[in-house]
Write a protein that binds this ligand. Structure first.
Ligand code: FAD
Length: 650
């Protein structure tokens, strides 16, 4: 076991302003993630491109990130209650504390977003392994996700322009975006076009070399207008005038909020804010309706000067946003879990189950009740599992950072890592966001009525988390991407093969852990059930029963998520077994490790078995797929006029 000294420490629960913090972080847990679960020190530090980094340098950055997270958390509730709004003069109000925090973020944390090998990184130490960046991002997003959404798209926009932009576009935009004097946001959604991007109506009409007049209205645009930066580059999805309406005729326009004149001055580009949404959560972030070209010509550049290839150009940007959604889920739900543990230790209520009718028996803290323990174990297993699931993807990305530095570059090794990233992305987006919501509802249940009050952060966590299953492609769209596009029709059979090779390699160490033999068997069975379900789905596809598949995509993705969590948790249990073997009987860390084994057991025996049930459901799709007409849901208001009229009681 690696020494635990020098790990970054759990601070007390106060923030820089001295108030009680809404954000709780378990530093020991994050240390485990980096140094024991993923062995970042052994596998990555000290080797190119991380040759200048050692564990002390990483620990120091983590401590600074923890301190900055506490400062972000200090205005978490305030930025919810005094949220972003449109002022009568047309400007957008942003929570006041965000202005100072933004300058600090730009100065100290911008590096976390640029991790290519050629970047200087922090303090000239070169890039950080993405696994470290994941931990930093989890803390900052968990502390105040509304704040972190400002400029959340900028790094992806930089990569988009670096990869696809013309020389002129790179020259005009990249430096200001990289320095975060400007930011970028992503504009796809319109009133009639949410999941269905083929319905996008925004148009671009050529008016000069590379330049188009862009006209249309976009909805729900995250951080669409604000005064934190001096200019914003809108990555706008539209189509060229005269081109047919389909998802394959979408083009990507780079539209600056302020036009850059040849002498460098910024002038109006006729982009207006038509409203700031009054929404359920993330109220500190301005979600805007943007109007392009209504009051005069809005000019934009056609990305790369290439029409009709927006979906191809944007694949990486959308993937990054989906992974970030998973990080939002883990960051916020982890704090909800830690609040629950803390509350359950303090709240005294009732007597033990076996002594309920004995008035002499002591009243106990609710953490002693087995049902509360059930809730806490479920949250613990899911949080640690989801963090590890994202970690699996990030480990592949970190290996790519490393592989890119090797000479000669091993293209097939990079391809393998890339394919696994492709496979895990929709699972992370959808499964983690759903689990984050489930964790936050359980956290509120642990708190009882107190959790329902606004003086605790729980209700805000719930409100903030909900959108994660909706934005960046709804969770069904992720399931469809996984099942239909990637595994069944995507001709990417290697994706599943690589996954199976990796998980079977882990399962092969079973003999080394005799005390976890049953758990290994359970995970092996679930892996087989998952493979069986995929075979059943492929048989449906081969038989032309495509409609039946669509009703099972979500369940297949959930099964995949559960198998992956069981894998991660069992790996953690193995690390914990080894650690326990080395620690003496009274060592204070024993509880930390035995907690890991119990979390794995809880998940494997209480949640994982339903994977086999759902595999059976899919195997019997002929009978379990239920086709239904809309009038069968609710008679009134059905689309068939003979079936009833919109529901009035009279
Ligand atoms: C807070 C917030 C921030 C956002 N930020 C941005 C942003 O920065 N930029 C941006 O462009 N957009 C943004 N959006 C919009 C977001 O991306 C869309 O809400 C999302 O794509 C879903 O579209 P929709 O809401 O129109 O739902 P719909 O597409 O109307 O879907 C409604 C339901 O129908 C299901 N459904 C739809 N089509 C199908 C189908 N073919 N098969 C099966 N089921 C289907 C969906 O899964 C969903 O359950 C944001 C939204 C919110 C709430």
């Amino acid at each position: 076991m690696r020494p635990l000294a020098r790990r970054f420490e759990q601070p007390d629960e106060t923030n820089a302003g001295g108030q009680s913090s809404s954000y709780l972080v378990d530093a020991r847990e994050l240390s485990f993630f980096l140094w024991e679960q993923f062995d970042v020190e052994g596998k990555f530090l000290g080797r190119p491109p991380f040759e200048k980094l050692d564990r002390a340098a990483v620990e120091s950055v983590l401590m600074k990130a923890q301190a900055f997270a506490a400062r972000l958390a200090a205005c978490y509730r305030e930025s919810d209650r005094d949220g972003a709004r449109l002022e009568p003069d047309g400007s957008v109000f942003v929570p006041p504390a965000f202005h100072g925090l933004w300058s600090e973020f730009r100065r100290d944390w911008r590096w976390t977003r640029y991790t290519a090998p050629d970047r200087a990184g922090v303090d000239g130490n070169g890039p950080f392994p993405l696994l470290v960046t994941q931990v930093v991002s989890e803390m900052l997003i968990g502390a105040n996700a509304s704040f972190m959404q400002y400029a959340g798209f900028s790094p992806s926009a930089v990569r988009l322009i670096e990869r696809h932009g013309t020389e002129r576009q790179k020259e005009l935009f990249l430096d200001s975006l990289r320095s975060e004097e400007w930011d970028a946001c992503f504009c796809a959604t319109e009133d009639q076009s949410g999941s269905d991007m083929s319905a996008i109506a925004t148009m671009g009409t050529p008016i000069g070399e590379e330049i188009y007049a862009v006209r249309g209205e976009k909805r729900f645009i995250t951080a669409g207008m604000h005064s934190l930066t001096e200019n914003t580059i809108y990555v706008v999805i539209g189509r060229m005038t005269g081109h047919e309406r389909s998802a394959f005729s979408l083009s990507c326009f780079l539209v600056p909020r302020f036009w850059v004149e040849p002498d460098g001055r910024l002038t109006s580009n006729n982009v207006d804010c038509g409203g700031v949404d009054d929404k359920m959560g993330f109220n500190g972030c301005a979600n805007t309706r943007l109007v392009f070209g209504a009051r005069g010509v809005t000019r934009g550049f056609l990305l790369g000067n290439r029409p009709n290839v927006a979906l191809l150009q944007l694949a990486n940007l959308m993937r990054a946003a989906r992974i970030s959604t998973g990080l939002h889920g883990v960051g916020i739900a982890s704090s909800a879990y830690l609040h629950s543990v803390q509350f359950a230790r303090q709240r005294v209520q009732g007597r033990r189950f076996t002594e309920a009718s004995n008035p002499e028996a002591p009243r106990v803290a609710i953490i002693e009740h087995h049902d509360v323990q059930r809730m806490l174990l479920e949250m613990k297993a899911k949080i640690e599992g989801c963090r590890g699931l994202i970690g699996k993807l990030t480990e592949h990305a970190t290996k790519i950072q490393q592989l890119q530095c090797a000479s000669p570059v091993d293209a097939s090794a990079i391809d393998r890592q890339t394919k696994l990233i492709l496979l895990y992305t929709p699972i992370i987006k959808a499964y983690v966001s759903d689990q984050a919501w489930s964790i936050a509802t359980v956290a509120m249940q642990v708190h009882g009525a107190v959790g329902y009050l606004r003086d605790r952060p729980l209700e805000q966590y719930l409100r903030d988390i909900k959108v994660l299953s909706i934005w960046e492609g709804t969770n069904y769209m992720q399931a469809q991407d996984l099942v239909r596009d990637k595994l069944v029709f995507g001709r990417r059979s290697l994706l599943m093969r690589y996954f199976e090779e990796d998980i079977q390699r882990f399962l092969a160490v079973r003999q080394e852990f005799p005390r976890l033999a049953d758990e290994f068997d359970q995970v092996s069975s679930a892996v087989a059930a998952l493979a069986g379900a995929l075979r059943s789905i492929k048989e449906l596809a081969d038989g032309g029963r495509l409609t039946a598949i669509s009703q099972f995509c979500t369940r297949f993705l959930e099964m995949f998520g559960e198998v992956m969590l069981a894998w991660v948790l069992l790996e953690n249990a193995c690390v914990a077994e080894r650690a326990l073997g080395r620690l003496h009987a009274t060592h204070p860390e024993r509880a930390f490790y035995s907690g890991k084994i119990k979390a794995a057991r809880f998940f494997i025996y209480n949640i994982l078995p339903s994977v086999a049930d759902r595999a059976e459901l899919i195997r019997h799709a002929e009978s379990t797929f239920i086709a239904v007409e809309d009038a069968e849901f609710a008679f009134a208001g059905s689309s068939d006029p003979s079936q009833g009229r919109p529901g009035r009681l009279t």
